[in-house]
Design a protein around this ligand. Structure first.
Ligand code: UDP
Length: 244
């Protein structure tokens, strides 16, 4: 994109927002909670209003995870495809919430389902971003044995995003130990991908970390449940951990 389209008050021009499926379920413990989805959509809208080009990947753990299916005796690849289909439902819910706010979107699926979502064609997706449409990438990578963290990292690389923003509930970054269990847990302001791996910090799975690290893609872990948090960080404020 050319410099004259760069947003004046944002630190990044094009970003990937990754949220887990569980972020959409509110306090229900399962499924989709429309008021929660609407709240997240407003956060996305506020960043979109800054002129930032936004990609999104939403997990599927609020509906189905391949590993839990496999643990109950289901064939693993079938269970993973079910997990990928769950992400499509979440993507459609987010599309609906964003368009309710007047933000144009495209749901782009890694598994063809042309009546429901566009197929993934890289150049077409880039064009949508240039036209300021929020691109919601659904169905993960389209392959079993992966996670939506890997999908977010893969698409962020392909779309030339400048960073991945990982929105979390109830936590404002990466800690040396679980802050919910340890009062003396310390948050990192900045940490390297190699340290994340050696310290075994549970941030993303190892393949996603390797893909981000090897392509110099920074990861910003921030609190998604803090109103205005996403926009604040894009404007260079707030509490978060940056992984480089
Ligand atoms: N999945 C997959 N390949 C992918 C992405 C996802 O097989 O490229 C499946 C996998 O079974 C996973 C499920 O989709 O458990 C939901 O994704 P994920 O667990 O990453 O969701 P989150 O934990 O972010 O809600």
């Amino acid at each position: 994109m050319s410099d004259d389209t760069a947003p004046a008050d944002a630190t990044y021009n094009r970003v990937m927002l990754k949220i887990s499926g569980e972020a959409l379920m509110g306090d229900q413990g399962y499924g989709l909670h429309p008021p929660t989805i609407a709240r997240i959509a407003r956060e996305v809208q506020s960043v979109h209003d800054m002129g930032v080009e936004i990609c999104m990947v939403i997990g599927g753990g609020n509906v189905f995870r391949g590993l839990s299916g496999a643990a109950q005796g289901m064939e693993r690849t079938t269970a993973d495809y079910m997990g990928m289909l769950a992400t499509v439902m979440n993507a459609l819910a987010m599309q609906s919430a964003l368009e309710e706010l007047g933000v144009f979107t495209r749901v782009i699926s890694a598994i063809r389902m042309d009546e429901v979502a566009e197929p993934y064609i890289r150049r077409r997706a880039v064009r949508h971003l240039e036209k300021k449409r929020v691109c919601i990438f659904a169905a993960g990578t389209g392959n079993p044995y992966f996670t939506t963290d890997t999908a977010a990292t893969l698409r962020a690389n392909e779309m030339a995003c400048e960073a991945i923003f990982m929105g979390k509930n109830g936590v404002d970054g990466i800690y040396d130990k679980d802050p919910a269990e340890h009062d003396d847990a310390v948050r990192f302001d900045e940490i390297t991908y190699d340290e994340v791996l050696t310290k075994r910090l549970r941030v993303m799975d190892a393949s996603a970390i390797a893909l981000a690290r090897d392509n110099n893609l920074p990861l910003i872990v921030f609190p998604l449940d803090e109103p205005g948090g996403f926009k604040g960080i894009l404007a260079g404020k707030g509490t978060y951990t940056k992984v480089v």
